[in-house]
Each structure stands twice: as structure tokens, then as C-alpha cells.
Design a protein. Structure first.
Length: 561
């Protein structure tokens, strides 16, 4: 952690602007393989001009300014403009529905909205309250709004080093709502800075001081994981170049362009990368080749190069549990993949694995300055330098979320080893009882299911039923073959084997009665996944509820939904 606890994130930014103004900071693809590079000087010039424009509108200090955009260079610039101007950012997931967009804008009392790069703007626009001022980023869909470029062309920049207090709000992050309505998590400049400084110090320890890093920003910036580990850490570090992804279709080219040295992702994407490799080479053959002394190293390097990850010095996974077998698979390829653990409520600054403390299935040890303990019920309790200031407009929930001695109640159940390594064993709210009267924790069972190469996602349920069951979504690469009867038979045999394997590894009261193969994939668009690709349990359970009784009546080990 930084020793200078008076310095805040904007101080770091102004230092970089002064010491290396011509260093490229952001690289934005603009279509047809073209990119625009922005130096620190150019980023700050645009941000200072937009800050002056926001101030000219007469918003009170601390006013909420919203951003609805996919990741892009102007998201960073807008956030800096908001902070330099004296305001608070409210970022909205770019995949949200009009209803959620309206809820966040109204709940936060946003004074203005930046509209950026979006795929579904016509569906979202009805959620923007009439009369709310809007400004369009350069990559925004066609709108009648005043444009970013027109504004910065005529505004004079804010000068000097505008200061923000440590306890002022830098941002409101609305959680992705896997359990219901989004909650506004209040993050102060002090907490965000301490988290970002801690991340930078941790990274430098792993990859060395003074080395220029490259990162690809593609996980939603409205989410704390990307905001802290990519945006905020790069603003503090000053020695990281950020590349942006253009689209899902160009993602591999974007990765190849960036050739990141630092790379973070979420379990679903790590799994999709693996399944993409398996689509080109069967797992058994790849495993056999990797076991050969010289050929194995060449094959591993070729696989990583194909994924665009051959230059990665450090890779991380967060946001949800990563199957231990998947971590082992990537490490066999030579990728240093480490799992971490954090929450929006601590600016994603909590636990991380490293070279010294790393065991697949564990999320690591506390990061510098983090205190952790378990409640008598096994709930993970955290005190972090990145701790949030509370839930916006909800003092009762804020109070209920802390213990009397100031630890945050994470809602996660865990186990700790004597060396400090933490294992997350499930969410306290996800536990359910079967008719046997015993509690089942679904997450560890789902982890075992997700490790199978045919499985993209799974969900374990069975409230009040004779036994638990699992819903399984087949890997995207394999779904086109499901029309083939012979292939369906192969899937059924694999799932029967998986069912038997998983049941051998878990307690009798947790054992699955059946696996139900889901034909329609779960997605953000159909509402079954959150914007950060976590499963929405209640939504999925409601959708399948009418069929559950019939499934149990059939007494079949594997069936199709």
C-alpha cells in the first residue's frame, strides 16, 4: 500500500499528466482495423474541457453524472471530467433494460447522462427521463444530443490541480442485481485510491517495477472489478496502456492487437476460451500432447498465442468461483492464472492468490491492509482499505451490513486454512433445504459440473424436493450438433458419467437426482444472466418451476428441458 495516505487518485493523474504527457495511455478501435491513440496530455485536455462545460451548467458540487456506455476511451475521459468538475459518477451497465436505466437515473437523481457506445440504445432510450440533459460520446449511436467533440472544441480547460476530499463520493456503483433491484454502493475517493494503490503495489511485486504494462478493457466498466483493477489501477500506475475491445466479433483481433501483459476475466469467459480450444482439438489429444517434453511446450505456446494471451505475465479471475480443474488446465499451458475475491462494497480489494499462496479452489490470502475473519456461522467478514461508505439512501441496510466492530458482512460462506488461504463455499442466501431437511450449498456442486468440457453453465436447485437437481447449459461450440440424434446420445452418456462422478464427491444429502440439459442458452439478453455473467437463480427457477414436478416423476438420470 502507498505510504502517502494524503494523495488521492486525481493527484496521481495530474502527476502523470505533468511527468509523461506524450506517453500513450488509451488506444481506441474505431472500425475497419483503425485505432486512435490518446496520450496522457490529450486525455486530460479533453477531460478538463468537459469538466469546465459541466461546471458551466451550474450543477452543485457532488451532483450525480451518469454514464451509459460500453467500455471506450471516452468512458475514462468522462469519469475524469466528472471528478475534476467536482461531481460523482453513476455508471450504468450498457446491457441494462429501459426499466433499470430509469430506476438508476431516478434513484441516483442524476443531473446529466453521457450516452456512449451501445448495442441496444433504441430499447434503452425510453428509460431516460424526459428533460434529462444528455451528451453523446463520439462512438455513440446516432442521437440528437449535443456531442462530446463539439463541446470540447469550444470549452476552455479547467486549469491547475482541482482537489477532492477523501470522504467525498467518487462514484455510485449499482450492483448487478442477481438478487433483485440494484443497490447503490457509495465509493469515496479515499477508498477507491487506497484500493487502486494496493492493486498497483501487488502487481508491481509480481511483474517488477517500472515495466510498461498492457491491458485490454472489455469487462463492463460499470462493474467494480474492471473499474478498480483496470481503470483505477491504470490511473494510479501511469505506466499501463489500456486497449479497448471493439465488439464481440472482433474480440480475438482486439486481444491480438493489445497482446496484454496483464489480463483479467470472469469464469464464464475463461471457460469459453477453453471450449474454443477444445473445438479445434479434442481434450484427450491436447492433454496427451501437453504431456510430451518438448512438443508439449510448443503446443502450449501455440494455444496461448491463438488466444492472444502469449505475452501475459499475470492473469486473474474474479466475480464468481472458478473451477479448480480450469485453473490447473491454464497453468499446464504456462499461463499464471490466479483467482481473487472482492466485492463492489470493498472496491474489489480483498483477496488474491499469488506465487507463494495459491491452491486451485481457494481465492487467495488477504491483500495488504485487509482484515478477515469468519463469523460463528461461517460467514466471511471483511475490513478493507477499499471499504464503501454505505448504501445510497438506505441507512438501515448499511447498518445491518456491518458487525458491531466494523467488519462488512459479505454474505459469502467460507473456510480458512492456517496459512490464510480462503475458500468460498457458497452464498448464505443461496443455501436451500431439500425434503430431507438438510441445507445444500449449490456453488461447490456447480463448480464440479462446470469443470466438464461440455458444460458452459450450470445451476443446482431443488427447494423442498426429495433431492437436488442440476440444470446444465451445453457449450456454445457443441450446441449446433444437438439436432443430431447420435450426438444427443453421446451428450446423455457424458452427463450420466458426470452425474455419477459428482455424486461420488459430495455428501449423500447433497447428491443430485438428475441432470436436466437446457436447450436454450442463458444470456444477459434473456434475463438469465446478470451483466457480469452471473446466473440469476430466482429468474431461472421461476422459468422452470412448471416443469419440475414432471421431471421428478420421470425418474430419469438425464433429461432434456
Amino acid at each position: 500500500m502507498s505510504a502517502n495516505t494524503d494523495k488521492l487518485i486525481l493527484d496521481h493523474v495530474f502527476d502523470h499528466e505533468a511527468s509523461h504527457p506524450e506517453r500513450v495511455f488509451l488506444t481506441q478501435p474505431v472500425g475497419n482495423g483503425q485505432v486512435i491513440d490518446y496520450t496522457w496530455s490529450q486525455v486530460l485536455d479533453q477531460s478538463r474541457r468537459m469538466a469546465a462545460h459541466l461546471q458551466s451548467r451550474g450543477f452543485p458540487r457532488g451532483a450525480r453524472i451518469a454514464i451509459l456506455s460500453k467500455n471506450c476511451a471516452h468512458f475514462f475521459m468522462a469519469e475524469l471530467a466528472i471528478w475534476i468538475g467536482g461531481y460523482t459518477t453513476v455508471a450504468i451497465f450498457p446491457t441494462e433494460t429501459a426499466e433499470t436505466v430509469r430506476f438508476v437515473l431516478e434513484h441516483s437523481e442524476a443531473s446529466l447522462l453521457f450516452v456512449g457506445k451501445l448495442d441496444t440504445w433504441p430499447q434503452q432510450q425510453p428509460g431516460v427521463p424526459a428533460g434529462l440533459p444528455c451528451i453523446a460520446f463520439p462512438l455513440a449511436p446516432k442521437t440528437s444530443f449535443e456531442t462530446w467533440d463539439a463541446i470540447v472544441a469550444k470549452a476552455a480547460p479547467v486549469s491547475g490541480r482541482p482537489q477532492r476530499a477523501a470522504d467525498e463520493l467518487a462514484m455510485l456503483i449499482y450492483t448487478s442485481g442477481s438478487t433483485g433491484r440494484p443497490k447503490g454502493v457509495m465509493g469515496s475517493f479515499g477508498a477507491l485510491t487506497r484500493a487502486a494503490e494496493g492493486i498497483v503495489a501487488d502487481t508491481r511485486k509480481r511483474v517488477g517495477e517500472g515495466i510498461e504494462s498492457r491491458m485490454l478493457s472489455y469487462l463492463p466498466l460499470a462493474h467494480s472489478f474492471e473499474r478498480s483493477w483496470v481503470e483505477a489501477s491504470s490511473l494510479v500506475d501511469g505506466n499501463t496502456r489500456i486497449f479497448f475491445a471493439e465488439s464481440l466479433e472482433t474480440f480475438l483481433q482486439d486481444l491480438q492487437r493489445a497482446r496484454p501483459t496483464l489480463f483479467i476475466s470472469v469464469p464464464r469467459l475463461w471457460l469459453k476460451f477453453q471450449q474454443g480450444v477444445f473445438a479445434k482439438m479434442p481434450p484427450a489429444k491436447l492433454d496427451r500432447l501437453l504431456g510430451l517434453p518438448i512438443i508439449g511446450r510448443l503446443v502450449a505456446k501455440k494455444v496461448l498465442k491463438g488466444l492472444g494471451l502469449d505475452a501475459v505475465k499475470q492473469a486473474g479471475s474474479g466475480s464468481a468461483p472458478l473451477p479448480p480443474e480450469l485453473i490447473r488446465w491454464y497453468r499446464k499451458l504456462g499461463l499464471k492464472l490466479f483467482e481473487g475475491y472482492g466485492m463492489t462494497e470493498d472496491n474489489s480489494y480483498s483477496h488474491s492468490s499469488n506465487e507463494s499462496y495459491s491452491e486451485p479452489g481457494y481465492v487467495g490470502v488477504p491483500m495488504a491492509g485487509v482484515e478477515v475473519k469468519l463469523s460463528p456461522e461461517g460467514e466471511v467478514l471483511i475490513k478493507s482499505p477499499g471499504q464503501f461508505s454505505g448504501y445510497y439512501k438506505d441507512p438501515e441496510l448499511t447498518k445491518a451490513s456491518f458487525t458491531e466492530d466494523g467488519f462488512f458482512r459479505t454474505g459469502d460462506r467460507g473456510e480458512r486454512r492456517s496459512d490464510g488461504l480462503l475458500k468460498i463455499t457458497g452464498r448464505t442466501k443461496e443455501l436451500f433445504k431439500t425434503a430431507k431437511g438438510k441445507y445444500v450449498a449449490p456453488a461447490p456442486i456447480e463448480n464440479r459440473l462446470n469443470a466438464h468440457p461440455m458444460v458452459e453453465l450450470s445451476m443446482v436447485s431443488g427447494v423442498g424436493q426429495p433431492a437436488a437437481f442440476a440444470l446444465v447449459v451445453i457449450s456454445e461450440a457443441l450446441r449446433p450438433r444437438l439436432a443430431d440424434t447420435a450426438f444427443r446420445g453421446e451428450v446423455e452418456r457424458e452427463m450420466e458419467g458426470l452425474l455419477a462422478h459428482v455424486n461420488r464427491e459430495i455428501a449423500d444429502y447433497e447428491q443430485l437426482q438428475m441432470i436436466v440439459v437446457v436447450s436454450d442458452p442463458w444470456s444477459i439478453e434473456n434475463g438469465f444472466l446478470t451483466p457480469t455473467m452471473k446466473i440469476k437463480r430466482s429468474r431461472i427457477e421461476s422459468a422452470v418451476e412448471p416443469q419440475i414436478e414432471g421431471w421428478y416423476a420421470r425418474r430419469t438420470r438425464v433429461l432434456w428441458a
